[in-house]
Design a protein around this ligand. Structure first.
Ligand SMILES: Nc1ncnc2c1ncn2[C@@H]1O[C@H](COP(=O)(O)OP(=O)(O)OP(=O)(O)O)[C@@H](O)[C@H]1O
Ligand SMILES: [Mg+2]
Length: 229
């Protein structure tokens, strides 16, 4: 990792290992920030995929700089690490234990997701829910763009088609969340969409899970089932 002498660790948000980066809350430049460092992954994984994943997340955060609820990119201390804005917030699970205005939260989250898509980024990892946070005043935050997909050039119809399918999968993930936290707010069209989740979405999910398992098996010392990713 590059120059980290100026950082002061406040909290370990995610311990690295396997295919997972170290994610730290740090104090830097007079404010709380997040350091996400793929050097924390298993060495082979870090060497082969660390740079690629970091580059992808940094590119996404730059593209989404104007979108409220997405952390701003604050620097790149090396080819495998980024600094980003610390947003705070609590997990969906924690918010479920509190009084939360879910219909309002979901409406704002849908707006945020539309803005993300409008900037040419599909998130592709919203199903697990750990990448959505509930901020103060119940503002939605969307983090972790490591698995994202970019829309590409206008003339690239195939990529454009795939991009739209990934956007659809993102929206489906939000519908699943709505079904879980505010089922009474689902309308008939929502229920139908969930029941008929596209063949493409399921296929892409299987491809994603398969690729992850193979790369974990090849590039880390852990099995895919243990690291869960
Ligand atoms: N910018 C941020 N602001 C606030 N919290 C953050 C931020 N980035 C990450 N976190 C916290 O750190 C956790 C891990 O970050 P991230 O999702 O980027 O890594 P991960 O390896 O995918 O972990 P996970 O499997 O939990 O999603 C998040 O679930 C969140 O609680
Ligand atoms: Mg994550």
């Amino acid at each position: 990792m590059g120059n980290v002498a100026d950082r002061h660790v406040i909290q370990v948000l995610r311990d690295g290992g396997g295919s997972r980066a170290n994610v730290l809350r740090i104090h830097r430049d007079g404010e709380d920030q997040v350091l996400k460092d793929h050097a924390g992954c298993d060495p082979l994984f870090a060497a082969l995929l660390g740079k690629l994943l970091t580059r992808r997340e940094a590119r996404a955060l730059l593209k989404l700089d104007s979108v409220a609820g997405v952390p701003r990119l604050l620097g790149q201390p090396g080819s495998r690490a980024i600094y980003m804005e610390w947003l705070g917030g609590i997990s969906i699970k924690e918010a479920l234990a509190q009084e939360t205005d879910w219909p309002r939260f979901l409406a704002e989250l849908e707006n945020t997701l539309s803005e993300i898509h409008a900037q040419g980024v599909a998130h592709c990892d919203l199903r697990g829910l750990s990448n959505i946070l509930v901020g103060p005043d119940q503002t939605p935050y969307v983090i972790d763009f490591v698995s994202c997909f970019f829309s590409g050039a206008r003339w690239n119809f195939i990529r454009g088609w795939v991009f739209r399918r990934f956007c659809e999968a993102d929206r489906q993930a939000l519908l699943k969340l709505r079904q879980r936290v505010a089922p009474e707010s689902m309308n008939a069209a929502d229920a139908k969409l969930i029941a008929h989740a596209g063949v493409f979405n399921r296929a892409m999910r299987r491809v994603g899970q398969g690729t992850r398992k193979v790369s974990l098996w090849l590039l880390t010392r852990r099995s895919g089932s243990r690291s869960g990713r």
